[in-house]
Design a protein around this ligand. Structure first.
Ligand code: PEP
Ligand code: MN
Length: 346
């Protein structure tokens, strides 16, 4: 159950509601939003009796029963789509958003060339890892703070918003100083200490699906972030591990409409990590647009053959430009269907 208090509810009125919920044996989880307090109710008890009792209390705006274990991110909580504003663009709204850039920030020359190239082709956010989760401890681990500073330079030069990964709760504040969106990589999707610390930042979060995680587990991880105070979460399908080895991961493409059924959070697709092969990126990108993703995140490098990480799945700047041109008619259809869906929802 989720209870939304009216805007001007006093502390005492909120406490009275919490006490009443407690009488029914439930636990509460209150989130203080900018405008109002929302109370999540968890546990086992007589839902109908609790709901009816609370609904009648002063300053309670709505009380909604939510059967999904993920409460705040569920479609039951909010039937429409959440729109998340990042550096002037809206994710989950009427614009299809493409984020692009190298796997890792490597040097000023590299990130500037990447930023200028992807901006010219229509990307809205620049991606690039400064803290890199690498399988081998001997591989390039990222430029860390120096990498963040280079991303800030690239933002200044191009106006692109920045998305970059944070791997540890210790670095959340530092990364949030430079990034417009904090990326949580597949390997950290269930790093619960990290997820909790993200509740305290105002920056939106891109939460990537763990490589062996179910859709429900992805939503539970998103719930951690929202329940700890940050409602701005974008989900990302980036492929899961199966017995198939031709592709780096197996893209669970149907996860996108499935997530759109289950949650109001925006959902994007990462065709680069899903395939591991640059030749497959255009086809999978088209599929992502057609199946209702809100955007794409694509690895692009000015010289993929020299990339320190993920070169084989990185497009060069010309290939990215060609892809963006090829996607245009698909995105036009996507926009038409968004308008139709919005009209049907009214
Ligand atoms: C990345 O975006 O470079 C990355 C490491 O992705 P993932 O966490 O999906 O493997
Ligand atoms: Mn990568």
């Amino acid at each position: 159950m989720i209870i939304s208090m009216k805007r001007h509810a006093s502390k005492e009125q909120i406490q009275q509601v919490c006490d009443r919920i407690g009488d029914f044996g439930y636990k509460i989880h209150a989130i203080e939003g900018e405008e109002r307090v929302v109370i999540g109710v968890v546990g086992v008890g007589d839902v109908t009796a609790c709901l009816e009792s609370v609904e009648a209390m002063p300053q309670v705006e709505t009380a909604v029963r939510i059967s999904a274990p993920y409460k705040f991110v569920s479609k039951e909580f909010r039937p429409g789509k959440s729109v998340i504003t990042v550096n002037g663009c809206e994710i989950g709204g009427d614009e299809f958003i493409v984020m692009a850039g190298p796997c890792s920030v490597e040097s000023e020359t590299q990130i500037m060339a990447a930023a200028e190239g992807v901006a010219a082709s229509g990307a809205k956010l620049l991606r690039g890892g400064a803290f890199k989760p690498r399988t081998s401890p001997y591989d390039f681990q990222g430029l860390e703070t120096e990498g963040l500073k280079l991303l800030a330079k690239a933002k200044k030069a191009t106006g692109l918003g920045i998305i970059t990964e944070v791997m540890s709760d210790r670095d959340v504040e530092l990364v949030a100083e430079y990034a417009d969106v904090l990326q949580i990589g597949a390997r950290n999707m269930q790093n619960f200490a990290l997820l909790k610390s993200l509740g305290k930042v105002t920056r939106p979060i891109l939460l990537k699906r763990g490589m062996s995680s179910t859709i429900k587990e992805l939503l539970m991880s998103a719930e951690y972030i929202v329940a700890h105070g940050n409602p701005n979460v974008i989900l990302c399908e980036r492929g899961i591990r199966t017995y198939e080895t031709y592709t780096r991961n197996t893209c669970d493409i149907v996860a996108i409409p499935a997530l759109n059924e289950l949650t109001h959070l925006p959902v994007i697709l990462d065709p680069s990590h899903a395939t591991g092969k640059r030749s497959l990126i255009p086809a999978l990108s088209r599929a992502g647009v057609a199946i209702g993703a809100d955007g794409l995140i694509i690895e692009v490098h000015p010289q993929p053959e020299k990339a320190v990480s993920d070169g084989a799945q990185s497009l060069d700047l010309n290939q990215f430009q060609k892809l963006m041109t090829e996607l245009k008619p698909y995105i036009q259809l996507w926009q038409q269907s968004r308008v139709t869906e919005a009209a049907a929802a009214v």
